[in-house]
Write a protein that binds this ligand. Structure first.
Ligand code: HEC
Length: 233
């Protein structure tokens, strides 16, 4: 039998453990460090834009309420999924999702493509009482969202922080965040009222409105992409 050079090492457990530990650390660092220096390995889709002020607020509420514990935002490239939800998710559409909300939990349907699927008024009624729309659903009522006033005091600060992380917001967008969000909220309230639902002034400026803005934005980049591709043909 050939001399096994590693036998003496294997009989000294402290030395072996220390060297094993070092090997794992060095290997780990080799994998972890390079990505920090590789900027832009993933190109954003040409049609991708950062979230607007109101959508951003809605997104934070979505996280606060834990909607992502029941809803994934990741359509996998299987026929059953693309048939049900639409085009599969691309890396280039998630660049401005910080933190990402891909998830794997699907107590409810995937929401990556829910934008534009329903009118704003549908979401309004669904938040108030999901069981009025789907009697068997286990989605909780989010009636309180329709009554909680939307707080826009930190919106521009949030956008500023995101800009530091590379999201391309202009000075004007950051300074005008509140006015922009209020205008977008009024637009959604108008569309809900146009569908025959009476909204009080409080309801028209509630957290639910921001959440609807966010939900309607989901999948926008891929929809735009598809429209552009159809136009080019
Ligand atoms: C306990 C799990 C659960 C939680 C938490 C939950 N949902 Fe749902 N959701 C469901 C289920 C189940 C359905 C499917 C039946 C229905 O329409 O209610 C659903 C449906 C939906 C739909 C319609 C999707 C479609 O394509 O038809 C939307 C939009 C939605 N939820 C948004 C939200 C938002 C926003 C939140 C957080 C405020 C949330 N959900 C929290 C379980 C959940």
């Amino acid at each position: 039998m050939a001399y096994e050079w590693h036998l003496p090492l294997e009989s000294r457990w402290i030395r072996l453990s220390t060297l094993t530990f070092l090997a794992v650390v060095v290997g780990g660092l080799c994998l972890l460090i390079p990505p920090f220096f590789l900027q832009g390995t993933i190109e954003p889709l040409a049609s991708l834009r950062p979230y607007t002020a109101l959508e951003l607020e809605g997104r934070d509420l979505y996280i606060r309420e834990g909607c992502n514990t029941c809803h994934s935002q990741q359509v996998r490239p299987f026929k059953t999924e693309t048939d049900r939800y639409g085009p599969f998710s691309l890396a280039g559409e998630g660049i401005y999702d910080r933190p990402f909300l891909w998830g794997s939990r699907r107590t409810g349907p995937d929401l990556a493509r829910v934008g534009g699927k329903y009118p704003d008024s549908w979401h309004w009624l669904h938040f108030k009482s999901p069981r009025d729309i789907e009697p068997r659903t286990n989605m909780p009522d989010f009636l309180f969202l329709t009554e909680a006033p939307l707080d826009l005091s930190l919106t521009s600060t949030r956008m500023e922080v995101l800009r530091r992380l590379g999201h391309p917001y202009s000075d004007a967008e950051i300074e005008g965040a509140r006015a922009d969000a209020e205008e977008a909220a009024a637009e959604i309230a108008r569309s809900i009222r146009a569908d025959g639902i009476a909204l009080s002034e409080l309801e028209a400026r509630s957290e639910a409105i921001a959440m609807i803005a966010y939900l309607q934005s989901l999948g926008h980049a891929v929809r735009q992409n598809a429209v552009a591709a159809a136009g080019a043909r």
